[in-house]
Design a binder for this molecule. Structure first.
Ligand code: ZN
Length: 154
């Protein structure tokens, strides 16, 4: 399942990418362009905007109810029956590209020395060149997802 979100749902888009779901998000996009893009790329449209929701004639859509991002994510997971664990951290949160595992020697000059010394597994986004590793940031995200999973009614 692939997604596209409206401009108000940037953080939700980031979280869907963390789960590994292909998710397009544009900081600025006209409603009609958003709708066309969703249809053309056969994506499920996620929107906070009732008018956009109404205008989108495909059933592949979801009107997001909450302002809180974890509640938004919960709604998408429940209503679209998403998998939470299997594809975690396989996609770049910044640009949506699939990440590639790299040998740590290859990226030695690109990460802080402390990170290089303490981490073993790295992946890279070949599009925007961001490097990922299992830092404290990731641990916090996993905690949030665990809390979320406990509250799911699947
Ligand atoms: Zn990237």
């Amino acid at each position: 399942m692939k997604f596209i979100t409206d401009c108000m749902l940037g953080t939700l888009a980031k979280w869907l990418r963390i789960l590994g779901y292909d998710t397009l998000y544009y900081r600025f996009i006209e409603d009609t362009a958003l709708i066309q893009k969703a249809l053309r790329t056969q994506r499920t449209l996620l929107t906070r905007d009732e008018e956009v929701f109404r205008k989108f004639k495909s059933p592949d859509k979801l009107l997001i109810r909450s302002d809180d991002v974890m509640n938004q994510l919960k709604q998408v997971i429940e209503e679209k029956k998403l998998e939470v664990g299997s594809q975690l951290f396989t996609r770049c949160v910044l640009c949506n590209t699939r990440l590639i595992r790299v040998d740590k020697e290859e990226i030695q000059h690109l990460v802080p020395e402390y990170v290089f010394k303490t981490q073993q597994e790295f992946s890279i986004c070949n599009h925007c060149k961001k490097i990922y590793w299992k830092g404290t940031h990731r641990t916090r995200m996993i905690e949030k997802l665990k809390n979320l999973e406990e509250s799911l009614k699947l």
